[in-house]
Write a protein that binds this ligand. Structure first.
Ligand code: F6R
Ligand code: MG
Ligand code: MG
Length: 366
């Protein structure tokens, strides 16, 4: 059976700052999907990671389908109303433009979608992060698809050894979206040259060269490109199909054990280590640390199983302790040097007018 998996997510407001959505907000989004998805979607789940609500849908209406996008959009608008009624902080934060005209693209919500012929057994991961941006997935995707240190399939599996095609998006503001396609294994060094710059480039999709099948799809929204100013971080979501011609689920999860430093954290202006957390986890220390959750599903004829919560397994307790220490280390130096993002990112924040004002006070030495 040919199916689509779509995940569309938005920050609609949170309890006590940017901590987590209220139950009433989650219910508003969930109830909307429940009542309006009949005949549109095959199955659905609503979950949250920090202050972001993700709607996962299976359907067979194709990618960027107006009805599917409208369903999610209207669920978010229903959620925003409840967030406003409850006085949640940042109510409707990611709904930057309210004139829906076909898809959620360019309006604020993040979106990752794929279409494929269901395999006999079809496992996939829904990975969602908060207090960071799409470039946060560059390193884990690179390592799980290109590096035998994380993916033993690159040594053992004839299909995996044929490599993948990576579609990389240029995130800098421009009129038309620019992208490049690079192939592993022969172009992995070029790929690394782009992916190292997590603010500028992000992976949108990965396709198997053995079968032409999509392995991964990730969101690449940048809110400041839409709003022209800092409007919250672009907390990303992605879908990664696993096993057989793709990395095993454990290989896709393995790089998250690093707790690599990503952009985000407090005021979206700092670097912090990405902490793997359980499903439906809150935000706390310094509006962070940046977090990532992973739900494993199996799907058959579009019907989803319950989620297996990948980072709830005891192995990750140890990772979390180490990542907490990494967070403390970098927080020791507060605003200084590599603890904070570079000026091109901070340009979108209130830092820009302050610097402009200081400019006027500089003197020239005679
Ligand atoms: C992170 C985020 C927060 C806020 C911070 C200040 O994405 O949105 O870290 O930037 O809590 O928020 P304000 O200025 O709204 O009080
Ligand atoms: Mg928020
Ligand atoms: Mg968020």
């Amino acid at each position: 059976m040919r199916i689509n998996i779509s995940v569309i997510k938005a920050d609609l407001g949170a309890i006590g700052g940017h901590i987590r959505p209220s139950q009433a907000l989650l219910d508003a989004v969930g109830n909307h999907i429940k009542s309006k998805s009949k005949g549109l979607a095959i199955d659905w789940r609503v979950t949250f990671t920090g202050d972001d609500i993700a709607i996962l849908l299976t359907h067979n209406r194709g990618i960027e389908n107006e009805k599917i996008h409208r369903l999610c959009w209207e669920a978010f608008v229903a959620g925003m109303k409840v967030a406003k009624e409850q006085g949640l902080y940042g109510a409707g934060q990611d709904l930057l433009k309210l004139d829906f005209n076909g898809t959620v693209k360019g309006l604020g919500p993040a979106c990752a979608e794929m279409e494929f012929n269901e395999r006999e057994a079809e496992p996939f991961l829904l990975i969602a992060a908060d207090k960071t941006d799409p470039g946060a997935f560059n390193l884990p995707l690179y390592l799980s698809f290109c590096d035998p240190m994380h993916n033993a399939g690159l040594l053992i599996s004839p299909q995996i050894r044929q490599g993948y095609v990576f579609r990389v998006i240029d995130l800098s503001p421009q009129d038309n979206e620019r992208f490049i396609e690079l192939k592993s294994p022969e172009e992995i060094y070029d790929l690394a040259v782009l992916l190292r710059d997590q603010e500028r480039f992000a992976i949108e999709s990965i396709v198997s060269r053995a079968t032409g099948d999509t392995a991964a799809a990730a969101s690449t929204t940048r809110l400041h490109n839409i709003a022209g100013k800092y409007a919250g971080k672009d907390d990303p979501v992605m879908i990664v199909r696993t096993q057989k011609d793709f990395p095993g689920s454990g290989e896709a999860l393995s790089p998250f054990g690093i707790g690599h430093y990503v952009a985000g954290f407090m005021r979206g202006s700092h670097y912090g280590p990405l902490m793997p957390v359980k499903q439906n986890s809150d935000i706390s220390f310094f509006d962070g640390p940046p977090i990532v959750s992973a739900a494993a599903y199996s799907v058959h004829n579009g019907k989803l199983t319950e989620a297996a919560d990948c980072f709830a397994q005891p192995y990750w307790d140890n990772v979390r302790s180490r990542v907490a220490r990494k967070a403390e280390e970098i927080r020791q130096q507060g605003f200084f040097g590599p603890a904070m993002l570079g000026m091109d990112e901070l340009e979108y924040t209130q830092m820009a007018p302050i610097l402009k004002n200081l400019e006027k006070k500089f003197n020239i030495k005679k």
